[in-house]
Design a protein around this ligand. Sequence first.
Ligand SMILES: [Zn+2]
Ligand SMILES: [Zn+2]
Length: 395
Amino acid sequence: MSNAVKEKIAEMKDWLVETRRTLHMNPELGFEEVETAKLVAGYLDKFGLRVRTGMARTGVIGLLEGSKPGRTVAIRADMDALPMEEANQVPYCSKAKGKMHACGHDAHVTILLGVARLFSSLSQEVQGNIKWIFQPAEEGGGGGRVLTEEGVLEDPKVDAIFGAHLFPDLQIGKVGIHEKEGLAATDRFVIKMIGRGAHGAYPHLSRDPIAAVGHLITQIHTIVSRSISPLDSAVITIGKVSGGTAFNIIPDEAEILGTVRSLTPQVRQELKSRMEQATRGVAESFGMDSAFDFQYGYPALVNDPEMSRLIATACAKGIGKENVEFIRPSMGGEDFSYYLQKVPGSFFRLGCRNEAKGIVHPFHSSRFDIDEEVLPFGVEMFARIIDEYLGLKLF
Ligand SMILES: [Zn+2]
Ligand SMILES: [Zn+2]
């Protein structure tokens, strides 16, 4: 990148750190990002972008129309924090009780604001449009789904979209790319075994749902190993088992809850139908009823390989091929998948790990923190990707 552009990014580093810390100290949960949205809209307005607020409640959209017509590229950041207490003892620690930016969305917002600041000073050189999407509620609320339903990819129509997530498994200064499948579909289930309660001393008078659930748990754990190809990826985790009230009572019902992860629609369907079969089969064998409730969550995130390669090319120009890694998918989830169902694009990873600084804690840990060097680094990577996609040659 030309020194001029690199210099502009270097100059904004203090502001990036300050902005990230302000956001970090004032975390807001999904669809409640009121102050965050105000801060974002304020800056976008100051940078001279066309600003739209109120989409998906707290979403903020910015648009920069270049001096010449061309394609429209969108970039997206999620804004929400998590309902947990921060354990870090840092000057910029969360000030909101029971809320914390433990997934780095404060940094995502900051990086995109940095990109906005950068391009607002280069608008004469932009051919085409750049759209900024600041999205509410990634952590389970599906803000990305709501925004796509509300038409965020229209007016002007988005030709390609890029997003990034910090990645504490990857060293600072590195970019990770999922060529195609990046993250999993995140479905949930609730299964009830509906038997007949009785005194614990007279089991023959009952239809014991606890015994049935025990068998079902074993049965369900054979689905991934026996019904899914070893070359495909799948997870079924039972996260909660409940039923009963006392040591000498056989309850009427018992219940299990869990999460199901898959990377393809075929595996997703197979997992669901095998679980349903196992539930019915076990209930039948115990002479009881069952209820099977499968709730679809985010679809699998599938990148466009061409766009992934574009990221690799663009980033390698700045940081060298050795710092760009193609990485395996993760079985976590991301509602960026909804955008990718509508337009080509790619979701990549920005390394934020720095063992020397003690920055090693995983996402959603009360000790999660980032190496703030990732802020200017992230701005540069997004700038390079936009530059490459729109063919601006800012270098
Ligand atoms: Zn998260
Ligand atoms: Zn996240």
